[in-house]
Design a protein around this ligand. Structure first.
Ligand SMILES: [Fe+2]
Ligand SMILES: [Fe+2]
Length: 450
């Protein structure tokens, strides 16, 4: 009886609290039920204080970093303050102001409330490799806390985290993966997201979950991200993407911040927009020609390319033939080192060649490592095709990749931080394909039915 009464009271309370209308700052009445997302209200509706603060890599990541933040539309000033980090608070007297740019977005996704926001962005430049800086963003209407950033020392080592699709239950179930990755390797130089960051391209509340999951990590470790098919719907691109990120605009015209390159002195990172390759003949050819041109006579020792649709799939009966036939010859011609993909919601990696008798043939002479991975909780079955040296189903993973001298070291870790897969690529000095050294740990292979 007591238990029944408590249950009824609980239901009434949830009903009363859950149906409150929230009136966010600087907006008219919007009916929104915060309990439907589990997000604090200010993760959907901006205020005068900066939120969704994120760093992105620039084309020259050893000397600059891009920063973005969001406020409500009453804020008409954008400032970044930066200083070299000091042991105590004295940096506060040595700050430099950098003015930012502003873009407004007033958008109402289907079945969701309208959100009005001002997105701010700036490039923090004149930074020196290896030094530690502090910065904050905002204006007299409200400032962020001071964030500390470590500039890379590319002569020593560059390391980064690679995530496959986050996409679903991002606050609830992806958050532990990015936090585990950061907790175990906070010193990485950047984080790379291989598309499908969220599930529905335009839902502000899903972007809110993505920012919540990474919280201050996004403001301390720069990110690069490539669009997945879930950043599109019927070829309409996410309205938030270019507002909330500040990615390089150095790719083919019309694909700014979608297809681009980042250049460390000895390492090039490239993002291709796979959806535009799949759907647009014009942008497919533009991206192929652009990729071929930037890899021609490139002096850098190492190259990683990320795009969303795998050209060697882990999913049974899935095969992106056209993509592979157009782009693999470019990867082969320029001996690209590693390809980082998503979309298949499983894990697989191997060196593989496209031979007439069947493309799914191991071929270490190609020298290019192809990887598919997933970081979120949505899982698909995977095939048992022979090209994969290592595969997994039903496993959330993140990968830590380090480049130092002639060695690329790779480790794939499960959501709990345990090593699931590892290898080294050793570069020869005479132009031969990379040598693969498998270092697969003693960890049983996992399948979806496990
Ligand atoms: Fe996808
Ligand atoms: Fe996906």
């Amino acid at each position: 009886m007591i238990r029944n009464t408590l249950f009824i009271v609980g239901v009434l309370l949830v009903g009363i609290l859950g149906c409150r209308n929230i009136k966010p700052a600087d907006q008219n009445i919007i009916v929104y039920t915060p309990g439907s997302t589990g997000l604090p209200n200010n993760f959907l509706f901006p205020t005068t204080s900066p939120d969704r603060i994120i760093l992105n890599l620039t084309n020259d990541p050893t000397h600059s970093v891009a920063v973005n933040w969001r406020t409500d539309t009453s804020v008409v000033e954008s400032i970044v303050q930066v200083a070299e980090a000091t042991h105590g608070p004295e940096f506060i007297d040595q700050t430099r102001d950098i003015p930012g740019k502003r873009e407004m977005l007033i958008y109402k996704p289907e079945n969701d409330p309208e959100v009005s926001a001002t997105y701010h962005s700036a490039i923090i430049d004149q930074l020196e490799p290896g030094k530690k800086y502090v910065y904050r963003v905002g204006s007299e209407s409200g400032w962020s806390e001071w964030f500390q950033i470590q500039m890379p020392e590319p002569d020593k080592k560059i390391s980064f985290v690679y995530f496959g699709d986050a996409q679903n239950s991002v606050k609830s179930m992806w958050s532990r993966v990015i936090r585990q990755a950061y907790g175990s390797k906070p010193e990485v130089d950047f984080m790379l997201h291989a598309g499908d960051l969220i599930n529905r391209f335009d839902r502000d509340v899903e972007w809110g979950e993505w920012f919540y999951a990474g919280s201050f990590i996004h403001a301390m470790v720069p990110a690069v991200m490539t669009p997945g098919n879930h950043e599109y719907k019927n070829m309409v691109f996410s309205p938030q993407w270019k507002k909330q990120f500040n990615l390089p605009a150095n790719g083919p015209k019309g694909l700014e911040e979608q297809c681009y390159q980042v250049n460390y002195p000895n390492f090039k990172v490239v993002s291709l927009d796979a959806e535009q390759i799949d759907e647009s003949e014009e942008y497919k050819i533009a991206q192929r020609d652009w990729l071929d041109s930037i890899l021609t006579h490139d002096p850098r020792k190492w190259t990683a390319i990320t795009f969303h649709y795998p050209i060697f799939s882990t999913k049974p009966n899935r095969d992106n033939v056209e993509f592979r036939e157009m782009f693999k010859p470019i990867f082969d011609k320029h001996k690209v080192d590693i390809i980082l993909q998503g979309h298949d919601h499983a894990y697989g990696r191997g060196m593989v060649n496209n031979v007439p008798t069947g493309y799914q043939v191991k071929d270490k002479s190609s020298g290019t490592m192809y990887v598919v991975s997933v970081s979120g909780p949505k899982m698909y079955d995977h095939s048992h095709d022979p090209w994969m040296d290592r595969k997994a189903g039903n496993t959330q993973l993140y990968q830590i990749i380090s480049i130092e001298g002639n060695t690329l070291s790779y480790g794939a870790y499960t959501a709990t931080g345990e090593l699931y897969d590892a290898f080294d690529l050793i570069k020869s000095d005479n132009g031969d394909p990379n040598q693969l050294v498998n270092k697969i740990p003693d960890f049983p292979e996992r399948h979806k039915t496990d």
